[in-house]
Design a protein around this ligand. Structure first.
Ligand SMILES: [Zn+2]
Length: 258
């Protein structure tokens, strides 16, 4: 079986753009919430789970302060279980769920995979449970509390983690946005370059090219810049960089895999 790569967006969020680029304060910016499925001969892998469809019946009750100041544009059909179904993958077929980090727009559908093994940095698991005060509501406790007994492979900080030992899916620790943030390198046999899925290690091209960053969504600025340098290095050796929350490039990227 050949590897196959399926990118999706879990609806969109409309945010204050200054929280991402520290420049356009007050400018409304609609961005995708990327999540991915990868069919691999050793099993189906999901990378990030987007927003939670369970919240749609009572958004204020489920997300609480986590969605304050954010406009959520989401239908049940945008959420991961429905997106997987569209490409013929049942939620019970997913063997590994890899988490970049556990913020609300990435961890929403963890509850939909009770039988999968979750591959997360241990530092992120610990921090999400009891974050610093200024990060408390970027994690939605309702998304996380039901996963307490799930199977987690909590991997160490700093190391690159080769999921199947064949170089096809390699997790790179990219802290800064959060302690245990990780990005995923996807090397597809029939695609020219490895793809780096940055997620929130680098929201947009402007963070990559011109360095703006916002302390609003920052755990550690020094580590953020170290991670940006790692991403630049990977770009320099030929990786195709997919920014985590950039609307301008998103449609063109996913069309390559439609
Ligand atoms: Zn985040």
């Amino acid at each position: 079986m050949k590897m196959r790569f399926h990118p999706f967006t879990s609806g969109t969020l409309v945010v204050n753009k200054g929280t991402l680029d520290n420049t356009n304060w007050g400018v409304k910016y609609e961005h995708p919430n990327p999540m991915f499925a990868i069919r691999h001969p050793k099993g189906v892998v999901v990378f990030d789970t987007g927003m939670n469809h369970r919240a749609l019946a009572d958004p204020g009750g489920w997300w609480g302060k986590s969605s304050a100041g954010i406009e959520v544009r989401l239908t049940e059909g945008d959420c991961l279980p429905a997106q997987l179904e569209k490409v013929g993958i049942g939620v019970d077929e997913v063997k590994y769920v890899v988490m970049s980090h556990l913020h609300m727009d990435h961890s929403g559908e963890m509850l939909s995979f009770p039988d999968a093994t979750f591959v997360v940095r241990q530092s992120e698991l610990s921090y999400a449970w009891w974050p610093a005060r200024n990060q408390r509501y970027t994690y939605c406790f309702n998304d996380l509390v039901g996963t307490r007994e799930f199977a987690f492979l909590g991997i160490a900080d700093g190391v690159d983690f080769d999921l199947f030992g064949d170089g096809s899916l390699v997790l790179v620790h990219t802290p800064g946005h959060t302690p245990g943030h990780q990005s995923l390198v996807v090397a597809l046999p029939d695609y020219d370059n490895p793809i780096l899925l940055c997620q929130d290690a680098c929201y947009m091209r402007t963070n990559f090219e011109r360095n703006p960053y916002s302390l609003n969504l920052m755990w550690n600025a020094e580590k953020w810049f170290q991670s940006i340098e790692r991403i630049r290095y990977l770009a320099g050796i030929g990786h195709e960089i997919w920014f985590g929350h950039e609307m301008e490039s998103w449609d063109g990227l996913i069309k390559k895999f439609a």
